[in-house]
Design a protein around this ligand. Structure first.
Ligand code: ATP
Ligand code: MG
Length: 239
């Protein structure tokens, strides 16, 4: 079985990458490789504190050429945590791509999910190159749409899946049309929107939102959208 890599990436920060990566990894039962070296990362969301650890699994594995063992937790995805030093110690794109492909093969899971640094990085470019699907969260705001448009223009040959993210209950018609026009004439596809949910920013729980069964009323539409996104990823990656 070939393990498929799903990379979550965007040209802009704060668009919902980490939130989606965390939930998608949980629902796919996939290890989550965190390549985000800044704070606010999946590693933090998971509750992993590099300050309290002697080893840095990602850096150690890259340095030694070994395959890290993802750590497990309760109702959250298995994780290869990132480390702040990764910013200056990240491998070039091609090496990162080969490394992720090798780890994916060795783990032998159906999927591996990779979260990346907003705005791009060499390692993020590697994660894009290795991906069977690239999830691009895109809030329906002009700046975010501009950033996504730039990405689609530059990499229409990548398996991009645009995900309208943090979408208000009543989205603007012009923004919806704009996302349609961005992908028109390209092989890039648009997934169902993921709604804006109040309280996600201040959420303290570390369990995946989609692991809560049944979901709270406030989260139910978000959870339904995530399930639908995951089905769509499976279809697009031919699982
Ligand atoms: N669907 C949503 N509804 C409401 N808030 C959300 C939603 N998705 C994400 N957020 C919040 O928006 C902020 C940015 O989200 P997130 O950290 O997932 O984005 P990011 O693209 O990974 O950011 P960065 O570029 O900093 O890595 C966070 O505070 C998060 O809790
Ligand atoms: Mg993030």
């Amino acid at each position: 079985m070939k393990t498929r890599i799903v990379t979550v990436a965007a040209r802009k920060g704060g668009v919902g990458k980490t939130t989606l990566a965390y939930e998608v990894a949980w629902l796919l039962g996939a290890p989550l490789v965190d390549l985000e070296f800044d704070d606010g990362s999946a590693t933090r969301m998971w509750g992993y504190r590099h300050e309290d650890r002697m080893r840095a699994p990602l850096l150690d594995a890259l340095e030694r050429g070994t395959t890290p063992r993802p750590i497990s937790g309760y109702h959250k995805p298995d994780l290869v945590p990132c480390h702040p030093d990764f910013q200056l110690n990240q491998p070039p794109a091609e090496e990162m791509a080969d490394t992720l492909t090798r780890w994916a093969q060795e783990w032998g899971t159906e999927y591996v999910v990779v979260d990346t640094h907003g705005g791009g990085s060499p390692s993020g470019d590697g994660a894009l190159a290795a991906a069977a699907a690239v999830v691009v969260p895109t809030p329906l705001k002009t700046k975010d749409l501009n950033a996504t448009e730039g990405m689609v223009r530059e990499m229409p040959d990548y398996p991009l899946i645009l995900v309208p993210s943090m979408v208000p209950r009543v989205p603007g018609a012009a923004e919806i049309r704009r996302i349609g026009s961005i992908v028109q004439g390209t092989p890039v596809v648009v997934a169902e929107p993921v709604p804006y949910v109040r309280g996600i920013e201040t959420r303290k729980k570390r369990v995946a939102i989609t692991s809560e069964d049944p979901p709270t009323k406030a989260n139910s539409e978000f959870v339904a959208a995530l399930h639908s996104l995951v089905s769509y990823i499976k279809v697009r990656t031919d699982a």
